[in-house]
Each structure stands twice: as structure tokens, then as C-alpha cells.
Ligand binder design. Structure first.
Ligand SMILES: NC(=O)c1ccc[n+]([C@@H]2O[C@H](COP(=O)([O-])OP(=O)(O)OC[C@H]3O[C@@H](n4cnc5c(N)ncnc54)[C@H](O)[C@@H]3O)[C@@H](O)[C@H]2O)c1
Length: 441
């Protein structure tokens, strides 16, 4: 089948390349001309495991092309996936839908001129009711066009795998024709056994927000338990194991740490709360405000514990930060908890040097005042405290004895609970982790 993908960010680019890999003929569209030019040369604008190879393969096959023109997109295919960003609106908690609206407004006249049925499939995460609103808007210009919503659940760091082997596909459709089009589009995945949940567009929109709200709640729940452990002298790690072994609960996303960040969870729960409040339903989702507050408190608690480890003040103190990406395996620093902590310490007068295996360029672009190092020993040179803030596997392999020779003081805060506390302690380090008060010294 032929299709276009409008917006070639994390979701759109991976979707476009994966759909081409499944045998479809795909045109990727973006208004960012530099991005389109590099994509056409096989250069992905971000790091995502397996994406570079997939991009090369599908470009070479001729089944993947790129353009900046939405008019060309309208001529190319009858099915158009919309994958543009829906960030938090500046000065508000609500979702900013101006990119979705602009994409549709630009596409609509071209669809009208072409005539004939066509399907616009939203993949962006949007407030409930957006598909219905967009369809009304689209129908004023191109009455023959139909809208469906097919939310995306990929996880950055596993985006290619999640797209080619999703846990489920959700299609919010208004007609059998739209249902049949999406089933045909995803036929190879359906043949492989992927569940296909067909519903109305409003439910599909809410499924995505509900899933992200649940994940965020689970993360904040265990971080709240870690706070209790700290106050009550209990250990959160065996607690996680014992609680998570209940199959009704499960241990995935039940890892205590610095909390969630990135371009989705924080803005999606805020957007849901803002929209519910607008509808007079704030009480139903009031708990999500607390989920958000627990999450941001983790960042403040990390700064406070780091200050304590640095001797009560950051003045004339050197703080090494291990990790800048919002999670391991990617170079995305959008709403990164690690960088929020690094910037907070810098603001309080600390000298901060950040290392990350992949995300230094993106981090430097957002926080030019921080110092960056290309390897762990350089980041830790003369450090009064080392903060482990993104759980990259390579940080687990650090030799604590070797690192002792470069720091000024052997003090480390493992905010991701992935380091081997016994190993660090036996090498003479003061080792702290939230929810593990007995690791204190
Ligand atoms: N990143 C994720 O892990 C993830 C996962 C699931 C869902 N989502 C949702 O998917 C959507 C996209 O997220 P993302 O992270 O891929 O965003 P992104 O910011 O990485 O990419 C968006 C792209 O759309 C392009 N764009 C904006 N307006 C356009 C227009 N009018 N015409 C053509 N291109 C346009 C931008 O130039 C950019 O390249 C969001 O709603 C997000 O919440 C993201």
C-alpha cells in the first residue's frame, strides 16, 4: 500500500521506516527542510537502536522517500499518518495542538483538489475529542476525507522493535472502510498475532492518555514508597521484589529512582488533568497532580541529598553527573530529570560536569552553561560528589576503585538503583540511594 507520514520525529520517522520495511511504499513529510535533506541521505536526526540500518535498507529499496511538501503528500497516497508533536502549551498544562492543526490545514486543500475518499490517521497523543474537532475542520474544506486515530505506544530506545512487534494496535475509526484500511496496512503484524483493538476515535485518544497516566502513577507510587523507606528505616529494593512478584502488580515500571521525564509522560498527564478540569472533571484525575508532584519532588530530593553529600553547600564544590538523556539507550534530553538536577545544582553555585554516552550534543545545546566531559574519569576529575542520574549499562561497569583515584571525595548518589552498592562500598565509597537508608554510613 501507499501511505504518507507527516512529521518525521521519533514517532513519524520510525513509523515511516518500519512501514516501508513491512513492504509499503512510504513518503515521509516534514516542514524541517534540513531534516528532510539529511534523511534523504540516510542520516537519522536522533539515536535510536536499529534505526540507522533500517533507514538505509528502506531508502535503498526505493520504498521510502522524503519531501517537505504536503501537496506532494496528498498526491502520493490516500492514507496519511499524522505524527507531529503535541508539546505542553507554553504557560499552561494543556496540550499545544497548533502543529496538528497546521498540518491538517495545509493538507486539506490538496485533498479537496484531488477529490475521492482518503483517510487521515492521527498517531500524535491528543486530548479526547481532537479527532472529532479535526474532522469538522477538515470537512469544511475536504468533505470526502475521513479521520481515524491510531495512538502510538513505542518506547524510545526500543522504538523499532516496538513498532515491528507491538503489544497491541489500537484503531479509533468511524467507518468499516477506515477499519479495513488500517487492518490491511498492519496486515503483516496482525498475521504475526498482534491484537487489534478497534474502537471509536475518542476511546482511542483516551487509551493512550490512560496508559501513560497508569505508567506515571506506578513510577511515582514506588518513589513515594522509597520516601517512606527512607523515613522508616526500610529497604525499597526487597520491597519492590516482594510487591512486584504479585502478578496483579508486576515489577515493570516499579523501579524507584529519579522519576520519569521525556517528551511524553509529564506533558501527557498534565494535559489530561488540564482537559478534565476544563470539562469540570478535575476531581476524577486529581490524583495525577500528586503523581506529577511526587515526580518533580524526586528531582528536588536528589539535589538536597547531593548537597548533603557535598558537605552542606555547592559553593566551590565539583559535582560529576553521570547521564544526561532522560533514560538510557537514547540521546533525547527533553524534560530530562538528570539535566534538571544538573542545572539546579549549577544554579545553586555548584561546578557541574556532565557525561553521557550519547546525549552530550543535545544536552549542550539546551544547557550551554554546564560543563561536559567525553568520558567518565574526566567528568569525575576532582569531584566532591558523583551523581548517577541516567541508568546507562556502561555505568554499571565502572570500576569504583579506579574512579577513586580521580575524585576529591568518594561519595556517590545512585539515583537509578542500578549500581552494585556492595562493590562501591567495599572500594571505600560513601554510597547513597533513595529508599535504602541502611546503605548510609
Ligand atoms: N517520542 C515518543 O516516544 C512518543 C511515543 C508515543 C507517542 N508520542 C507522541 O507522538 C507525537 C510526536 O512525537 P515525537 O516525539 O515524534 O515528536 P517530534 O517533536 O520528535 O517530531 C515532530 C516532527 O513533526 C514535524 N512537524 C511539525 N509540524 C509539522 C507540519 N505542519 N508538517 C510537517 N511536519 C511537521 C517537526 O518538524 C518534527 O520533525 C506527539 O504527540 C507525542 O506525544 C511520542
Amino acid at each position: 500500500m501507499r501511505l504518507t507520514v507527516i512529521g518525521t520525529g521519533y514517532v513519524g520517522l520510525v513509523h515511516a521506516a518500519c512501514m516501508a520495511d513491512l513492504g509499503h511504499t512510504v513518503l515521509g513529510v516534514d516542514r524541517d527542510a534540513d531534516r528532510i535533506e539529511s534523511l534523504a541521505r540516510g542520516r537519522a536526526p536522533f539515536f535510536e537502536p536499529g534505526l540507522r540500518e533500517l533507514l538505509h535498507r528502506t531508502l535503498q529499496s526505493g520504498r521510502l522517500q522524503f519531501t517537505t511538501s504536503l501537496a506532494a503528500a496528498a498526491r502520493f497516497a490516500r492514507t496519511h499518518f499524522v505524527c507531529v508533536g503535541t508539546p505542553q502549551r507554553p504557560g499552561s498544562n494543556a496540550a499545544d495542538l497548533r502543529f496538528v492543526d497546521a498540518a491538517l490545514d495545509e493538507l486539506a486543500p490538496a485533498l479537496r483538489d484531488l477529490g475521492g475518499w482518503c483517510l487521515v490517521v492521527g498517531k500524535s497523543t491528543v486530548p479526547v475529542g481532537t479527532a472529532a474537532r479535526l474532522e469538522r475542520r477538515l470537512h469544511k474544506v475536504a468533505p470526502q476525507a475521513e479521520i481515524a486515530w491510531n495512538p502510538e505506544f513505542l518506547r524510545e530506545g526500543f522504538a523499532v522493535r516496538d513498532t515491528l512487534r507491538p503489544e497491541r494496535l489500537v484503531a479509533g475509526v468511524s467507518s468499516p472502510r477506515a477499519d479495513a484500511t488500517l487492518r490491511e496496512m498492519y496486515a503483516p503484524l496482525l498475521r504475526a498475532g498482534t491484537p487489534f483493538i478497534c474502537t471509536d476515535p475518542a476511546t482511542a485518544e483516551l487509551v493512550k492518555l490512560a496508559a501513560n497516566s497508569f505508567l506515571a502513577t506506578k513510577i511515582s507510587f514506588i518513589n513515594a514508597m522509597a520516601e517512606l523507606c527512607d523515613a522508616m528505616g526500610a529497604d525499597v529494593m526487597p520491597l519492590v521484589e516482594a510487591v512486584g512478584r504479585d502478578p496483579r502488580i508486576g515489577s515493570r515500571c516499579l523501579q524507584p529512582g529519579l522519576g520519569f521525564g521525556g517528551s511524553c509522560l509529564p506533558k501527557d498527564i498534565r494535559g489530561l488533568v488540564a482537559h478534565a478540569e476544563e470539562q469540570g472533571l478535575g476531581e476524577s484525575v486529581a490524583f495525577l497532580r500528586e503523581v506529577d508532584e511526587i515526580n518533580t519532588r524526586q528531582r528536588r530530593r536528589t539535589i538536597a541529598l547531593a548537597r548533603q553529600l557535598a558537605g552542606g553547600s555547592f559553593r566551590r564544590r565539583h559535582v560529576a553527573v553521570l547521564g544526561a538523556a532522560f533514560k538510557p539507550g537514547i540521546d533525547d534530553v527533553r524534560d530530562s530529570p538528570a539535566l534538571a538536577v544538573a542545572a539546579g545544582i549549577h544554579h545553586l553555585g555548584g561546578r557541574v560536569r556532565v557525561h553521557d554516552p550519547e546525549a552530550v550534543d543535545n544536552a549542550r545545546a539546551c544547557f550551554p552553561d554546564l560543563e561536559f566531559a567525553l568520558d567518565v574519569p574526566k567528568a569525575c576529575e576532582g569531584a566532591d560528589v558523583v551523581l548517577h542520574l541516567t541508568g546507562w549499562p556502561e555505568y554499571r561497569a565502572i570500576d569504583p576503585a579506579g574512579l577513586s583515584t580521580v575524585v576529591r571525595r568518594q561519595a556517590i548518589l545512585d539515583a537509578r538503583h542500578t549500581l552494585d552498592a556492595a562493590r562501591w562500598r567495599s572500594a571505600g565509597w560513601a554510597f547513597r540511594a533513595f529508599g535504602r537508608p541502611r546503605l548510609g554510613w
